[in-house]
Ligand binder design. Structure first.
Ligand SMILES: Cc1ncc(COP(=O)(O)O)c(C=O)c1O
Length: 361
């Protein structure tokens, strides 16, 4: 039986031909394809600049550096994200502080973020919301907190390429890991409308070098021509990828509606469905995952709250119970297979399997 994983890339012959064209050409890095990909990406998102990075993680590091974070600064983010969001704050010497999630949106709780901002008044340098699973963020609310605190608004949009955006963060970061909306293998980008941030971002990914000298400490965080050729080719199909994700998610929602012991994810017409994250009565989650695996369906879980990871517990003293909503959510969460190459019949196979499991309890 066809194995279904929770996510995977869709590479076609055009993608392969574009990568081969680069391999046969003169430039493997720092050439015209990087620029072409950045230009097209900025147009697609609707922001002035896109600066590619070697990963979503290094893109976040670049954004935190451009925002001027260092020792003694704090950045507010959500407890339920991938570790890279807050790790990138620590790379600069600053300290991440975490607010719990809003159980309706599964994203950074605005009221809790506001109260953290009051507690750390004068020390907050960045507000870093994350769209969880591709659910659209209330950017106006986060903008208000950022403005009141004179902080930079940085959206970790690793799950959220393709949102129809009216409000933009000061910087927005993307990841092009294979399970994301488009892939470059590994890769990432920072988007901004601000010329000064754009300059800083370009220097930081290239050793802090410009005008033939090194002016500040930077890194080699460049994305190669090979990666960007794949990205440029993938970007041609991004709308089709997202449309297919939406169809598959709608099918999951209709097939699973009314099934006992589960809660469906929040939905919205602007949702871009990076993952399909179902909540299952907590005592059943692991058993259901095992049952699915026995049927060649490989789900995963998102996210163990970052502050409860051993490194964060040891370094900052966080403990179980500090983020009750995120903890409760994580114990119940199961990410079902969702990627544009899936057939409708694949979704039906997964949902039938879930129904079978629930009936046989
Ligand atoms: C929310 C979030 N932030 C950051 C990252 C890091 O991206 P990358 O794996 O490209 O470094 C990811 C990737 O999984 C992510 O999901």
């Amino acid at each position: 039986m066809k194995k279904l994983s929770y996510g995977r890339q869709w590479i076609n012959d055009d993608d392969i031909a574009e990568v081969v064209r680069i391999l046969r050409g003169d430039w493997l890095t720092m050439g015209p394809t990087v620029e072409a990909f950045e230009k097209r990406l900025a147009e697609y998102v609707g922001m002035k600049h896109a600066i590619t990075y070697s990963s979503g993680t290094s893109a976040l590091h670049g954004a935190m550096n451009a925002a001027g974070l260092h020792d003694g600064d704090y950045a507010i983010t959500t407890a339920m994200t991938f570790a890279a969001t807050s790790n990138s704050v620590i790379y600069t010497g600053a300290t991440p502080i975490f607010a719990d999630i809003d159980p309706c949106t599964l994203c950074l709780d605005v009221t809790k973020a506001e109260s953290l901002a009051r507690e750390y008044a004068g020390k907050i340098k960045a507000i870093v919301p994350v769209s969880f699973a591709g659910y659209p963020l209330d950017m106006k609310a986060y903008r208000k907190i950022a403005n009141e605190n004179n902080a930079v608004l940085i959206e970790d949009a690793s799950h959220a390429l393709g949102h129809d955006r009216k409000e933009f963060a000061d910087m927005m970061t993307l990841s092009f890991h294979p399970v994301k909306h488009i892939t470059t293998g590994e890769g990432g980008a920072v988007l901004t409308n601000d010329d000064t941030y754009a300059e800083k971002l370009k220097h930081f990914r290239n050793h802090g070098m410009y005008e033939k000298q090194m002016h500040e400490l930077g890194y080699n965080y460049r994305l190669s021509e090979i990666h960007c050729a794949l990205g440029l080719s993938q970007l041609k199909r991004v709308d089709a990828f997202i449309a297919r994700r939406r169809e598959l998610a709608a099918l999951y929602l209709s097939q699973l509606s009314g099934v006992e012991n589960i809660k469906l994810p929040p939905s919205d017409k602007n949702h871009v469905w990076h993952i399909f994250a179902l909540q299952v009565e907590s005592n059943l989650r692991d058993e259901l995952a095992e049952y699915l695996r026995e049927h060649d369906i490989n789900p995963t879980t998102h996210y163990k709250p970052v502050p409860l990871m051993p490194y964060y517990r040891e370094r900052f003293g966080f403990k179980s119970g500090d983020f009750s909503e995120a903890e409760k959510y994580y114990e119940q969460e199961i990410s079902l297979p969702l990627y544009p190459l899936m057939e409708d019949s694949d979704v039906k196979r997964v949902t039938e399997c879930i129904k079978e499991f629930m009936i046989n309890l």
